[in-house]
Design a protein around this ligand. Sequence first.
Ligand SMILES: NC(=O)c1ccc[n+]([C@@H]2O[C@H](COP(=O)([O-])OP(=O)(O)OC[C@H]3O[C@@H](n4cnc5c(N)ncnc54)[C@H](OP(=O)(O)O)[C@@H]3O)[C@@H](O)[C@H]2O)c1
Length: 168
Amino acid sequence: MINNIYMMVAMTKKSNSIGLNGDMLYHLKEDLKYFKETTSGHTIVCGRKTYFSFPKRPLPNRKNIVLTRSKSIFDGAITMNSKEEVVKYAQNNPNEIIFIVGGDNIYKQFMDVSSKLYITEIEENEKVVADTFFPQIPDKEWKLIQKSDYITPENAPKYRFLVYERKK
Ligand SMILES: NC(=O)c1ccc[n+]([C@@H]2O[C@H](COP(=O)([O-])OP(=O)(O)OC[C@H]3O[C@@H](n4cnc5c(N)ncnc54)[C@H](OP(=O)(O)O)[C@@H]3O)[C@@H](O)[C@H]2O)c1
């Protein structure tokens, strides 16, 4: 586990769904605000596909790190080519908080090194259609340390913010 690596995701409650056809499942106003407030002033790491789904690149007021296995470089962002490079960067910069912000592929790879999970849990009465997912959060490995009240938008399912910490 790396103390300064966290993950942040918005996912549905039953199936851990996070995206469809390269886009997020929901664009929730308060969630986008929470994402901005939580990650601003820190560092975000995302896969190349997620980076290109951002409306504005790089995301302002944050250090943006983009993962790709190609030789591409991204204006205004730092390019890294492996998980190991990100882990080494985190270890060499222990005062920097690094949020892994997706997608599917990247979450799965970083689950074992992350120390906290910032989850926006979206109510899911009927299973949604999705093609990308967040990994399971086993109770024996993770402890819930924060839980907000529900936000109930008019045209989307209710949702709330959870924070998990890895059990020692
Ligand atoms: N709900 C949420 O909170 C949330 C958050 C983020 C994303 N999403 C959704 O997730 C979906 C995208 O996820 P995705 O899994 O398809 O794509 P992704 O994880 O964003 O990007 C995958 C790409 O990252 C690069 N990559 C992955 N592992 C790497 C490694 N170990 N070293 C170097 N490069 C690496 C590769 O880029 P190259 O092909 O360039 O080599 C790979 O093709 C979208 O639908 C998006 O909306 C949802």
